[in-house]
Design a binder for this molecule. Sequence first.
Ligand code: ADE
Length: 226
Amino acid sequence: MRIDIISIFPGMFPAVLDESIIKRAQLKKKVRIFCHDLRDYTLDKHRKVDDRPFGGGSGMVLQVEPIFRAVQAIRKKTKSKPKVILLCPQGKKFDQSCARKLSACRNLVFICGHYEGIDERVREHLVDEEISIGDYVLTGGELAAMVVIDSLVRLIPGVLGDKNSLNFESFEGNLLEYPQYSRPAKFKNWPVPEVLLSGDHHKISVWRKAQSMQRTRMRRPDLLKK
Ligand code: ADE
């Protein structure tokens, strides 16, 4: 997979993308990630990428032209028609099923929104999908892009070593994960559930399923309706 990110703050990304599992995924050549500074695509001599809104109003609007030029440059470079995603609070709410779908794409472009907004023509003519990571407003789309990229890269086949860790984690099958315990079995007087020390794999599996169900019912009953 190839991911291109268009942002006015490309310096925000290495701290997240060059660490841990995402870094290893890149070293294993499961994904290539490129960050583009939107200002490199403006024709303005001051590298300006925003302007006042037509019709008046507060704040600035990201202009269509530099974004168009950036997307065109990526299309040309990759000789592909990548899926172009805009991160913004008005987008479709991101979830695990969306992450799963994106993890199967070959080429993705993420545009990080900013300021009061983005020229609507970007949505109308360049963007395939708008994604929000939740009902709150961030200062820009960068953190949202990192959240989306993190969750989809770990789902690319071969990125995580243990296939089972994907099968049993939260949201797979619309259930939250069961509680986990590790050594020591005795710590203060906080015991580990007996069943987990029993060695009876069938009983353990039944217990875990029941815990998943109960936890989901208590914390996220909305997931059981899906
Ligand atoms: N940009 C600002 N807030 C956002 C959000 N909640 N999701 C995605 N992009 C955003």
